[in-house]
Design a binder for this molecule. Structure first.
Ligand code: ADP
Ligand code: MG
Length: 695
């Protein structure tokens, strides 16, 4: 973007702002004058009406005019309080500071000696029937410049409201004109939105007759303009990406009868209707010359893996290669095992690639891959990190996609071969979220579970029911079933989590089930041992597997019929749903026991009841998203969500719809997305995704 030199100037270009203050602004992410203009108030205070002290209402932010009666400190040492008594002839108001430095006390003493006429503004509290304000703003009554609706800014250490307000008004004075509107006037007109300059100015200094509640709820046309702008830039960027993708060329994978069809008819089950539909959609994409870019979404256990395998088989049948990437080694290994089994019938060669394999096997696999000796390669993200070369990669599949995120997706695409691309996720994402995360993808949905699948019965036990839980475990094993006991992440530490799980395994072996085979699977178990433990569990030799969340995604053991989840309240709802999806895959009736931790609150219990009430991943995801917000729901760091400064696509659904609409219009007009507009979009994408040169 071409910045006006004034707006791009550092903050120190403003009068009264030195290096020190500029440093403090930096912790708010404000470096330039332009950043300061975009630092929007977090709330507004109504100082349009003076209140007399006798009218004050608790909890309300108010402004009072009065005379200083006295000023002094109360209490001793650490519990000292600075108090100013204010009177307006009819009542007495106590202003209190609990935390203050010497400078504040001296400042107040100097500027407001008894008898001074002042204005005080703050939230009113009542103590012993008397009104108080804590940490109010105080100013001499005669030069109360900021009377009206006053913006309150986010603050940082060493920055006070008055200082930020002053800085913003001088920035506005100086650079207001450099806020050039980049949204075409026609688009603004379509939605009746004010332009950028008007919006920024009004948000920093709303007119006195503006409805304060609308301001505080962010429901003004000015807020709308700022949010719409970001969403529009985002949507335009998506359209650009889509167009770039459609200009890419990849070799079609033509449909050859034989292999895939034979495999399908040899399966011990019938593909479900939605699996077939997804395969059709994928097949058609792969026959095109533009690379497929598709999301396959289906609830836990809906059978995405077999769909991926068949798609990859089509690549192999055409004499080309396919890769499947999984987010964890355990899951990658399981896919590998499944693929090996399936490939006994198809005769297709499968390779397995992880970050921690020995040097020689790795080198050998690399060479075979490059020669085209192996057709299907399964692995972890080591596959993209290392420079594995392919002879002829036709299809790349990524499992459990939201753990990867947009950036890795881009990295994979940049491997240069321009393969067809399929991402799979079990997270049923609401539409608004899907548009933001996957707006550049087409979507196939598997919306049914395989026939005959029995829903997992879920029960909630309190800690006092522990003995009953052990009884259930014993009964399950006696009946020929197998059991998972899962431990959550405690204190954000894999180490502690693993220790809790090991301690539990020990206790079960020694004290509770001395006659059962108990296995242990944590992130700290070496990978060879992990594999062995999984194999023993799968074969039924291990009856109870104590594990941390390493089993969370995708593990498939048909005879596992009971899952116990300890401290269930520490998991997200959707994560719990994914976990319980590990059981109920075979013929057995399956149960999931959620063990609530000690002394957890009503709310947590209520939240967990969502799971006992429904098996619908979609409903659970919605509930989870509603309660935790998209960042936590997706796992912020890995989520690949763009960072919006003003907009929140989940809150601003209406504006998002408007942006989609306008972006399509702009895009469809010849030359609609040119010059400044295009620069603006690139600029937005590079800051929002923190990458350069994409978009
Ligand atoms: P997910 O979608 O969670 O990745 P999987 O692909 O692991 O689910 O499939 C779960 C289980 O269901 C596997 O054992 C798989 O072989 C089996 N499966 C897949 N499709 C069907 C089907 N149409 N009918 C019966 N079982 C199926
Ligand atoms: Mg899976």
């Amino acid at each position: 973007m071409h910045l006006d030199p004034h707006a791009a100037a550092p903050l120190t270009a403003l009068e009264g702002i030195g290096a020190k203050t500029a440093g403090r602004f930096r912790s708010l992410g404000v470096k330039s004058i332009q950043d300061l203009l975009f630092l929007l108030p977090r709330a507004y205070e109504d100082r349009t009406a003076l209140k007399s002290i006798s009218e004050l209402v608790p909890g309300r932010v108010s402004v009072v005019r009065g005379e200083v009666f006295s000023l002094g400190e109360k209490g001793f040492r650490r519990s000292k309080v600075l108090e100013v008594l204010l009177t307006d002839g009819r009542g007495l108001l106590v202003l209190k500071w609990f935390h203050y430095g010497k400078w504040l006390k001296e400042n107040l003493e100097r500027r407001f000696p008894p008898g001074t006429d002042v204005l005080a503004s703050g939230k009113v509290a009542f103590f012993a029937g008397k009104p108080e304000m804590h940490h109010p703003e105080v100013a001499p009554a005669q030069n109360w410049d900021d009377f009206g609706i006053i913006p309150l800014y986010p603050l940082a250490e060493g920055l006070g409201q008055r200082l930020v307000r002053k800085a913003v008004s001088s920035a506005l004075e100086r650079c207001r004109k450099s806020l050039k509107e980049w949204i075409p006037a026609k688009v603004l007109g379509d939605w009746n939105l004010p332009d950028l300059e008007t919006s920024v100015a009004a948000l920093h200094g709303p007119p006195p007759d503006q409805d304060i509640e609308a301001l505080n709820e962010g429901q003004t046309p000015w807020h709308d303009r700022m949010r719409f702008g970001e969403l529009l830039a985002f949507q335009l960027g998506l359209l650009l990406r889509k167009r770039d993708l459609s200009l890419q060329r990849s070799r079609p994978v033509p449909y050859t009868a034989s292999l895939a069809d034979e495999f399908i008819s040899g399966l011990p089950f019938q593909l479900s209707g939605s699996q077939k539909r997804a395969l059709d959609e994928i097949g058609r994409d792969m026959e095109r010359e533009t690379p497929m870019h598709r999301l396959l979404q289906g609830d836990v256990g809906s059978g995405k893996t077999v769909v991926a395998y068949i798609a990859m088989l089509r690549a192999a049948a055409a004499g080309r290669q396919g890769i499947l990437m999984a987010p964890t080694e355990v899951l990658a290994r399981q896919h590998y095992r499944t693929f090996l089994e399936w490939s006994e019938k198809t005769g297709i060669k499968v390779g397995f690639f992880t970050g921690n394999m020995g040097k020689n096997p790795r080198q050998e696999l690399r060479e075979r891959t490059e020669r085209g000796d192996v057709s299907l390669i399964v692995g972890t993200h080591a596959l993209i990190q290392e420079d594995v070369l392919f002879k002829d990669l036709a299809l790349a599949v990524v499992d459990e996609q939201h753990r990867f995120g947009v950036l890795q997706r881009m990295a994979l695409k940049e491997k240069g071969e321009c393969p067809h691309f399929l991402v799979m996720t079990a997270t049923p994402i609401p539409r608004s979220l899907a548009m933001v995360l996957y707006g550049d993808l087409d979507i196939s949905i598997i919306d049914e579970l395989p026939a005959g699948r029995k829903p997992v019965k879920t029960i909630l036990f309190e800690d006092s029911d522990r003995a009953r839980m052990y009884l259930r475990v014993a009964n399950e094993v006696r009946g020929g079933g197998q059991v998972f006991i899962v431990y959550p992440l405690i204190e954000e530490s894999e180490k502690i989590e693993s220790l809790a799980a090991s301690a539990m395994a020990e206790k079960l072996r020694k004290n509770i089930f001395p006659n059962l085979e108990i296995g242990l699977l944590t992130g700290r178990v070496p990978s060879a041992e992990k594999e062995e433990t999984m194999a023993l569990f799968r074969s039924g030799k291990i009856q109870v597997l104590v594990a941390t969340t390493v089993i969370e995604v995708g593990i498939d053991v048909p005879d596992a019929s009971l899952m116990v989840i300890e401290n269930a309240e520490r998991f997200g709802l959707f994560q719990l749903h994914q976990l319980r999806g590990r059981v109920g895959r075979g013929q057995r009736e399956s149960t999931c026991i959620l063990m609530a931790g000690k002394n957890i609150g009503e709310d947590a219990i209520k939240r967990l009841r969502t799971l006992t009430a429904t098996n619908s991943g979609f409903r659970i995801a919605e509930e989870d998203l509603r309660m935790r917000g998209p960042g936590d729901f997706l796992g912020v760091r890995q989520s690949g969500l763009p960072c919006f400064r003003f907009a929140d696509p989940f809150r601003d659904g209406r504006l998002l719809g408007m942006a989609v609409d306008s972006a399509r219009k702009i895009f469809s007009e010849p030359g609609g997305l040119s010059g400044g507009l295009r620069d603006k979009v690139a600029d937005f994408w590079s800051t929002a995704f923190n990458v350069s040169g994409s978009g």
